[in-house]
Design a protein around this ligand. Sequence first.
Ligand SMILES: Nc1ncnc2c1ncn2[C@@H]1O[C@H](COP(=O)(O)OP(=O)(O)OP(=O)(O)O)[C@@H](O)[C@H]1O
Ligand SMILES: [Mg+2]
Ligand SMILES: [Mg+2]
Length: 348
Amino acid sequence: MRVLVLSRNASLYSTSRIVLAARARGHDVSIIDPLDFQIVVSRGGPSVLVGGAAVPRFDIVIPRIGASITNYGLAVVRQFDLMGVPVLNGAVSIARSRDKLRALQLLTRRKLEVPTTVCARSPAGVEAALGLVGGCPAIIKLQQGTQGIGTMIAETPQAVHSLLETFWAMGQDIVLQEYVRESKGRDLRVIVVGGRVIACMRRVAKPGEFRSNLHRGGTGDGVRLPRTYRSVAIRAAKAMGLEVAGVDMLESKSGPKILEINSSPGLEGVERTTGIDVAGAIISYAETYAATHGRISRKLVEARLNGVIHEERMPRRIALATSPEVRTARRKGAAMTNGSSRAGRAAS
Ligand SMILES: Nc1ncnc2c1ncn2[C@@H]1O[C@H](COP(=O)(O)OP(=O)(O)OP(=O)(O)O)[C@@H](O)[C@H]1O
Ligand SMILES: [Mg+2]
Ligand SMILES: [Mg+2]
C-alpha cells in the first residue's frame, strides 16, 4: 500500500515507529508535514498539492496532528476525507476528541461514566457549579489542554473563582470537574485500535502531583484490564468514531470514569512500559481498513464528514472484504517481522 503519515517531525518516536512498522510490512511510506500541503477547493473536486505539485494517490492516511496545528491539520485531513481516501482517524472524530467538553457530551450520550463536569462562562453560576462537582478540591481544565498542561487543581473556592476569572478574561474555554480523589494520582491509558484493546498502562503521578502524565513526571506500568474496563474503553472509542484511540480512565470506587480520548496517542510510553508493538497493530489494522474503505461511496464519505454515520453501520459485505494487495502485503510483513509481534497477532 501507499501510506501517508501526516506528521510535523519524522524523528518523533511515534511517527518513526509507525513508519518503520509500515515499511517492515512492505508498504511504501511518505511522511509529509501537514503544513506543507496546499488544500485546493474548487468545483473540479477536492485535491491537495505539496510545493505546488500533485501528490500520488495514497491508499491510507495516518494523521499524527499535534495540538499546535489542530485547525490546519484537520483541514488537511478533511480534504483527504473528501477525496475519499481512507483516513485513520477521520477529521470529525479528531475534532471531537480535541475538545474535552464535546467529548464528554458524546460519551455521556452513550451512558458512559465520566467525572461530573460543569462548563460555565459567568461568575454568577460558579457557587452552584462547585456544589455540583462536589466542592473543593476541584479540577479545572482548559478544554483543549494536552500532556497535563491546562489541567489544574483548586483547593479552595477562592482559587476556583480567581482561576476561572483569569481564564475567562483570557478568552479561554474551561471546565470545572469533580476531583476523583480515590484515583490517587493514577490513571489508565488504554490503546484501542479498530475496536480492540491493544495495550494498557497504569500511570502514577510523581509525589506531590495529581496528574499522572508521563510528561509531568509520572511513571507507567503495563496492566491487564478487567473486562468492564476493556468494554468501556472500546465503547468510548466507538462513541467518538475513533479507529485509533488513547482512552484515559480513572479507577473510581464506582468503576471506570473516562477522562478523555486522545486521537493521536503517544506510542513511546505505552510501547516501552508494555513491550507491545502498538505501531505494528496500527499498521496491521490500517491494511484491513484501507481494503474495506478504499472505494466507499460518495454518500458514505459525506455521511462520515457530517458525523452521522458510525463505522459499525458500514455494510457487512464491505467490512469483510480483503483485497489481494492487502493479502500480499500481510504475507510480506509476516515474513519480514517473523510474525512474532503479540500486537500484530492481536489486531489481525
Ligand atoms: N477529575 C479528575 N480527578 C482526578 N484526577 C484527574 C482528573 N482529571 C485529570 N486528572 C489527572 O490529570 C491528568 C491529566 O488530565 P487529562 O487527561 O484530562 O489532561 P491532558 O492534558 O489531556 O492529558 P494527555 O496528555 O493524556 O492528553 C490525568 O491523567 C489524571 O491523572
Ligand atoms: Mg489529552
Ligand atoms: Mg489525558
